[in-house]
Design a protein around this ligand. Sequence first.
Ligand code: PXP
Length: 261
Amino acid sequence: MKASPLRLGVNIDHVATVRNARGGAHPDPIRAAHLAVLAGADGITAHLREDRRHIRDQDMERLKRQLFVPLNFEMAATEEMIGIALRLRPHACCLVPEKREERTTEGGLDIIGGADHLRPVIRELKGAGIRVSLFVEPERDIMDAACELGAPVVELHTGTYCEAVLEGDRARIEHELTRLRGAAAHGAGIGLEIHAGHGLDLQSVRPVAAIPEIVELNIGHSLIGEAIFLGLDEAVRGMRIAMDEGRLQAGEPADAASAAR
Ligand code: PXP
C-alpha cells in the first residue's frame, strides 16, 4: 500500500503544566502552539481535563480564536465537555478516558462496554460538524466497534509500545508493533481514518510512522521536554524529520526492533 502523507499534531498541554506551576501567564501555551505551527506542526492538540490541571477553558477559547490549523480538542465524554465542544466547535474532538488520579491518559476508551453512552455523544458532535476520534487500544475487535459506533477516526494508543521501547524489550516491541499494524490495516480496511499517539519520542516514532495506514500522530510530552534543551522550533523540526524518515520505510518489511532503538 502506498502511504499517504503523515500529519503531526503537537500537544501543548505541558506548556500549560509549567505555566500553572507558578500561576500567571508564562509560558503561554498559545504562543507555543503558534511556534509549533511555524516549525511544521499540521495541527494542535489540547486536553481540557475535568480538573483543569494544565489546559484551562480560556486556553481553549484562545486556541479556537487564534489558530489557523486544525484544533484537536481532547476530552472525556462528559456532559460538561460536550457542552464546551459544541460551543467552541473545534475541527476535531478526540474522546479519551479520564480518571482523576491518573498522571496521564492510561489505556484506551472502553468503547465496547461504553457503547450506549458513546453512541449519542458521537452522533451529537458529528452533527455539529466536528470530526470525532476515539482513543483506543490497537485491537481488531475495537476497530469494528468504533466503526459500528459511527466514529470516522480512531487514535491508536501507542503507550504500551513506547514502554517496550524504553525497556529495550525486542520481543515486546515486535509484539506491540504487530498489534498496531494489524489494527491499523483492519481499521483502514473497514473505512476508519487511523491516527496514533501517546508516549512517542524520537526513539520510538519511526516504526509507527512507517505504518502506511496511519495518517496522523499526536505527540506532546517528549516534544515539550526536548524544547527545554533545544527550543520548541528545533524539537518539532527534529520530530518531523524522524517521522518522515520512518515514513520512507512504509510498506517495507523493516527490522522494527532495531529501528526503534
Ligand atoms: N493522544 C492522546 C489521546 C493523549 O491522551 C495524549 C496525552 O495527552 C497524547 C496523544 C500525547 O501523548 P504524549 O504527551 O505522551 O506525547
